[in-house]
Design a protein around this ligand. Sequence first.
Ligand code: ARG
Length: 466
Amino acid sequence: MKLWGGRFESGPSEVFERFSGSLHFDRRLIEADIAGSKAFARALRRVGVLDDAELDSLLSAFDSILEDSRRPGFYDGATDEDVHTLVIRLLNARAGAAAAKIHTGRSRNEQVSLDTRLWLRAEIDRVLDLLAGLLESLLLRAQADPSAIVPGYTHLRRAQAVLWPHYLLAYFEMFARDYERFLQARARVNVLPLGSGALAGSGFPFDRPAIAGELGFAAVTNNSMDVSGDRDFALDFLYAASTTMLHLSRLAEDWILYSSDEFGWLELADGVTSGSSLMPQKKNPDSLELIRGKCGRVFGALTSLFLTMKGLPMTYNRDMQEDKEPLFDAAGQLALSLEMAAAVVATARLRPAPAAAAAEQSWTVATDLAEALSRAGVPFHRAHQLVGRLVLESVRAGRTPSSWTGAELAAFAPEFTPEMAALLDPAAGMKTREIPGGTGPQAVASALARAADRLLALRSSMSGSL
Ligand code: ARG
């Protein structure tokens, strides 16, 4: 069956049908298509296109199609152009004459926007839930080792020591921003396009806010031409998905490094790693590598839709059908990656002793010492020089920071006081960083408490929405 044809003398060629058909992927929208069509049927009743009996027979036919669509083999042999056509074909077979009225004043251009929005809204809700799970795993990991010290890196060189929870909370911030981005994307998605017709607005006086209310949309779109030509709502989702994947990928990269023998201070659980078919000793971080790898796929989806939309004349063009496969793929890969990352975080174990040793041995205390000199009145540039010389001397002599005694420090340069030797322990210098947002132990303890509150607030911002 076709939703068009009167104007044609012959049917579509086999190659054109094969080339343009989208049922094999847009069938994923069937639940949304039926939910939207049921609401539309009610709207048709309200404007008098359908009577009560016709509405009833359409609604029960939609329900039976939905039920059947969940059975295996439902799509076997179906050759419909797209999911919208398939549903209407089945409706014709099951609802009798009323089925011929279902598309009154409606276009597939608005229908595909409606279906994609309904599907994407549910998908965003799933992502928000998974993101909240990841945020919780990060918090629990941080609470498990509240005072562990790890090296912080710049240029992948040990830079300054930080508390392990401070490092984890950095990712908490990133994923909390991602959560907010998805909430914003959701608000853009959650607008009813129905009533727009093909591009000029429907010729029937539908009560659009009533349809919106029925489908849980917060508002109705403002411009029918915009609806037919717009995929910004999908781009917003793909941008939020890409940024989340970027953060996941950087976490993955960190943990691949930290759990390697070269770093050696993080242990990944057996359950999220795999072995080698040849080398018996291997324990490979495949879960994290795949997260890093899938990142490219999601960025690709964003780029793909950008390129599809660029240069399209107003309003709908069939090019836009190419939005779905990247969107579906990105949403699926994102959800999987979030679930995987939460499992890795929940089961990883910090090895506090080698982590602290890595921080201690590499002069991550140098800045603490220079700042202590500065606080004692030495101009910072001079303090920087002095500590730099101390480090150079240590490197030459093969000495660790903690091997210096107070007396030796004072002998090295008169600006040093013996008490400054206490700062050769990274835990001491950290206490000078109690500034809000810093790695001081109290600052981190209150950041942890705030993060727990923020997670609750994010979660409750969702539970209230439709
Ligand atoms: N399958 C189409 C899509 O995904 C539905 C809209 C078709 N509209 C049209 N004018 N051919 O975009």
